[in-house]
Design a protein around this ligand. Structure first.
Ligand code: NAD
Length: 335
């Protein structure tokens, strides 16, 4: 199949090339998919996209007109794709449902530890030959309560790691995972109770209508003073303005994010020569107790290998006239 790979990054091309093993004709472009760039897909039967690409209704309609039949996501999340439109227009969409929950959970813990133990500030001081320890006090995670919102694949690994640290685990999810209750003594609670009791809150829900701006001023007011919030899920799961207010008034002790609600058009690029324009990002960057990474929790050798292999697997299935188990459109209600 002829496949146009949108938003391709230098670091992933070798992985995709190896997994492809010359099965498909892959064309890599750096442009993100949008209604403007959809026309680049003329002549391609399939496209592959990532989380910053925008497959909205108009874009999907254009792709259909240009003869695209398949969309292979190289991500777990698919909040950027209008699945109903794709289903209605007969375009099949598949994701990579699990490439390495360890990559994301471990990055979540890295953010937490770096914030709690003030590693960035400590390193900056050492680089300046300053070995003063004032204001670098953190706390033991042992015996602290961690609230895990979303106990799916990534939340489950996060539970295992934090159990290993000696934490008490609270979980919130629409579906309970009994293994987590048995193996790590995780107790499911209401969202309110989780917020009231957790010293650290970690977000692992997909972005959907229910989770959009889930962390808002009401919920923040329920949280413990000095709570640490870590978000490696999707930026819009939190209301950034409300979280900034919480940071300003000290309610929130620290914030670690790998995702940001306005990340589209900013993340995945070198903007270092531009004047920063996103007000929320400028404010967040100014806080010493905010640590931001540019959506790179997935960036491990294992995850990239699995992303590439599953993407090619999905394309192989379609190419041979079969369904893929990772298809998202088959269960979509037709409108
Ligand atoms: P998953 O589907 O295994 O788990 C998601 C969990 O959220 C499920 O248990 C589900 O029941 C729960 N959930 C869904 N809607 C909910 C709601 N309204 N309220 C409470 N719980 C709800 O997914 P996963 O593999 O654990 O990934 C979680 C999310 O992490 C993805 O959707 C993606 O957005 C994000 N992610 C980020 C990165 C990154 O690089 N930062 C990488 C991969 C995934």
């Amino acid at each position: 199949m002829k496949v146009l790979v949108y938003s391709s990054k230098d670091f992933e091309i070798p992985y995709l090339g190896k997994a492809n093993n010359k099965s498909h004709q892959l064309t890599f472009i750096k442009d993100a998919l949008s209604s403007e760039t959809a026309m680049k897909a003329v002549g391609f039967e399939a496209i592959s996209i990532f989380s910053a690409d925008e497959a909205c209704f108009i874009t999907i309609e254009k792709l259909k007109d240009f003869g695209v039949k398949y969309i292979a996501l190289r991500s777990v999340g698919y909040d950027n794709v209008n699945l109903r439109a794709a289903s209605r227009l007969g375009i099949k969409v598949a994701n990579v449902p699990s490439y390495s929950p360890f990559a994301i959970a471990e990055h979540t813990v890295a953010l937490l530890l770096a914030l709690n133990r003030k590693l960035i500030e400590s390193n900056l001081r050492v680089n300046r030959n300053n070995f003063n320890l004032n204001n670098l006090v953190g706390f033991d995670l042992n015996k602290k309560t961690i609230g895990i919102i979303g106990t799916g694949r990534i939340g489950a690994v996060m539970s295992k790691i934090m159990y290993g640290f000696g934490c008490t685990l609270l979980g919130y999810d629409i579906e309970e995972n009994n293994n987590l209750k048995e193996d790590y003594n995780l107790r499911y609670t209401s969202l309110k109770e989780l917020c009231e009791q957790a010293d650290v809150i970690s977000l692992h829900v997909p972005l959907n209508a229910e989770t959009h701006q889930l962390i808002n001023e009401d919920l923040i007011s329920d949280m413990k003073d000095g709570v640490i919030i870590i978000n490696t899920a999707r930026g819009s799961v939190i209301n950034t303005e409300h979280v900034i207010d919480g940071l300003k008034n000290g309610k929130i002790g620290a914030l670690g994010i790998d995702v940001f609600e306005n990340e589209k058009g900013i993340f995945f690029k070198d903007n270092s020569q531009d004047i920063p324009s996103d007000e929320l990002l400028i404010i967040l960057n100014a806080f010493p107790n905010v640590l931001i990474t540019g959506h790179h929790a997935f960036l491990t050798d294992e995850a990239l290998t699995n992303i590439a292999e599953t993407t090619i697997f999905n394309l192989n299935c379609w190419d041979s006239g079969n369904e893929t188990v990772n298809e998202l459109t088959k269960d979509t209600v037709m409108v």
